[in-house]
Ligand binder design. Structure first.
Ligand code: GUN
Length: 294
């Protein structure tokens, strides 16, 4: 049975943070502390956890961040007004609105209100367009984190068949575009499969690199993969588990027990891609502050 090497988000993010520390110090010498504004609407438990982790990491890096919390009945027009105010606030180089938003608010309208030069999530149509044209400014944090893990562990993408499971605007769509670009992290042959794809395994078994971003707990079992494949698990799912003190545990979209020993590489959950998302958010915020100096 082949050994499966775990790709550690902890190790890769530590390398990112150490490189960022010197860039942050250089900005501070110029009297500039990178700042991030986070808007959180409602009380979605996963969003609350993500936002708290972001706050903690920014504090740890000596950066400025502020979270603006609103009830889930916030009118769309009030949110738009708040974003416009933060667009003009020079303390913040980055601005992100945590998704999902409540029903009465159009996510698209909100994303389009964010100043593209502060859009550290890379969700604004201007930034999506730049990425698609092969000249990215801000790359969305999770796809960027995946690319960084592949680079850190020297996993070749050029000429490889990548199968992306999922087509969300946050992960599946951008990572599929990025990997097909003519760049040193791209040049892959990319297949995107999704909830309307019949016989998922027909495709997943062809993958040299499989990216699981479907949001389905442990759906990708060992039967879905080719021996020796590299498996990137983007899922973060809460499943009930009476044996745990909290009553639940976190699992990915990949069933670790049946993939271990068949894949050549696997990102663990927790400790894989999730840690990279925050590291890339810090990197994008530092980049936004540096852009402001130019
Ligand atoms: N919700 C889940 N992932 C993300 C993300 O990367 N950015 C934002 N703003 N919301 C999210």
């Amino acid at each position: 049975m082949p050994e499966t090497q775990l790709l550690s988000g902890k190790a890769v993010s530590a390398a990112v943070y150490s490189e960022l520390n010197s860039r942050i110090a250089a900005l501070k010498e110029k009297g500039l502390t990178p700042g991030l504004a986070v808007i959180l609407v409602g009380a979605d438990p996963a969003s609350q956890v993500y936002v708290r982790s972001k706050e903690r990491r920014f504090a740890k890096m000596g950066l400025y961040s502020e979270t603006f919390r609103f009830d889930d009945d916030l009118p769309e027009s009030d949110l738009i007004e708040k974003i416009r105010e933060l667009n003009d606030d020079h303390n913040f180089h980055g601005l992100l609105v945590q998704l999902p938003l409540s029903q009465q608010i159009s996510e698209q309208k909100i994303i389009e209100t964010i100043n593209p030069e502060k859009d550290v999530d890379g969700f604004h149509p201007v930034n999506l367009g730049l990425m698609t044209a092969g000249v990215p400014r801000f790359i969305s944090c999770t796809p960027k984190g995946i690319l960084r893990i592949l680079k850190h562990y020297d996993i070749e993408t050029s000429g490889k068949h990548v199968v992306v499971c999922g087509r969300s605007n946050i992960v599946g769509r951008p990572i599929s575009v990025l990997l097909s670009l003519k760049t040193d992290y791209g040049n892959a042959i990319v297949t995107v499969i999704h909830s309307r794809t019949p016989d998922l395994q027909k495709y997943t078994r062809q993958a040299d690199i499989l990216i699981a971003a479907l949001g389905q707990p442990e759906m990708i079992t060992g039967d879905f993969i080719k021996a020796g494949a590299c498996v990137i698990d983007v899922g973060i799912n809460r499943v009930e588990d009476a044996a745990q003190e909290k009553g639940y545990r976190m699992v990915g979209d990949v069933q670790q027990s049946t993939v271990m020993g068949k894949a050549s590489y696997l990102t663990p959950v927790p400790g894989g891609v999730g840690l990279m998302t925050i590291a890339m958010l810090v990197e994008n915020t530092v980049e936004a502050a540096e852009l402001g100096l130019q």
